[in-house]
Ligand binder design. Structure first.
Ligand code: ADP
Length: 218
C-alpha cells in the first residue's frame, strides 16, 4: 500500500522535505498558514492547503488521521509546533517527525511523544565542524549524546596497513564497521583487511575515542 505523508510548515526545511518526497513520487499533503507558501507548493505536492494546524477541528477536517507519517516543520513558533504535535498524537497519528528549534523544545517534543525529533541546524553545524577540523572527515552522524559514526577518507598513515596492523580497536576503542572502496562496500571487514589509498572507512565509537582516532590517524 502506498504511504502518505503530510508536511506542516513550508519554510526552508519543511519545503525541502516536501519537494524531495514529491520528487520521489510519494503523495504529500502540504500545509501552511501562509497562502503564498501554499501557492508555491500547489504544483509540487499532491495537495496543498492553507490551514492553521493548532486548531484540532481543522486537523480533523483535513483528514490527517488517514496519513501515515506527519512532519511538523513549524519554525520559530515553538508554541504552535508543540500544540500541533500534541494534537497529532491525540489523533493517533502513527509516525510524527518534528523539527526542534532548540534543546528545550526538543525535550518537550520527546516528552509529548514525538517519534522522531530532528534538530537540523545543530546537527549540520556539528557535521560541518568535523569536516572543518579534518578535510578527511566526510560525514559525521550522532548516535547519542556521546556516540557517533564518522565517515573518513583513509589517510597516508593508514594505507598499506591492515586493520590489525593499525590496531584501531585496541588503541582508540573504535570499530571500523565498513570500508567503501570505489563502488564496493566491505561490511564488517576482517581484521586482516588491508586498507588501500582512497578507501573510505565507516567508524563507530564513543565521541572521545573517535576524536583521538581522528587526531592520530586521519
Ligand atoms: P524554516 O526555518 O524551516 O525556514 P520557517 O519558520 O521559515 O522555517 O517556516 C515555518 C513555516 O511554518 C512558515 O511558512 C509558517 O507560515 C508555518 N507555520 C507556522 N505556524 C503554523 C501553523 N500553526 N499552522 C501551519 N503552518 C504554520
Amino acid at each position: 500500500m502506498k504511504k502518505e505523508f503530510a508536511v506542516i510548515g513550508l519554510g526552508r526545511f519543511g519545503g525541502s522535505i516536501c519537494k524531495e518526497l514529491s520528487k520521489e513520487g510519494w503523495d504529500v499533503l502540504a500545509i501552511d498558514l501562509d497562502p503564498d507558501k501554499v501557492n508555491e507548493f500547489k504544483d509540487i505536492a499532491s495537495h496543498a492547503v492553507i490551514a492553521d494546524t493548532t486548531d484540532e477541528k481543522v486537523l480533523k477536517e483535513l483528514g490527517i488521521r488517514n496519513i501515515d507519517h506527519v512532519i511538523v516543520a513549524i519554525g520559530d513558533n515553538i508554541q504552535s509546533s508543540i500544540l500541533t504535535t500534541l494534537m497529532l498524537k491525540e489523533l493517533g497519528i502513527k509516525k510524527i517527525t518534528v523539527k526542534a528549534q532548540n534543546d528545550y523544545h526538543e525535550k518537550v517534543l520527546n516528552k509529548i511523544g514525538a517519534d522522531h525529533v530532528v534538530h537540523p541546524e545543530r546537527d549540520m553545524g556539528k557535521r560541518i565542524a568535523h569536516s572543518i577540523i579534518s578535510s578527511n572527515v566526510l560525514d559525521y552522524l550522532e548516535l547519542s549524546d556521546d556516540h557517533s559514526v564518522v565517515e573518513v577518507k583513509a589517510g597516508l598513515k593508514m594505507s598499506g596497513n591492515s586493520l590489525v596492523d593499525l590496531d584501531i580497536r585496541a588503541k582508540y576503542g573504535c570499530n571500523v564497521v565498513a570500508i567503501k572502496r570505489g563502488r564496493e562496500v566491505i561490511v564488517s571487514p576482517m581484521a586482516t583487511e588491508e586498507i588501500v589509498d582512497g578507501d573510505i572507512l565507516i567508524v563507530i565509537g564513543a565521541d572521545k575515542d573517535i576524536s583521538r582516532f581522528e587526531k592520530n590517524l586521519v
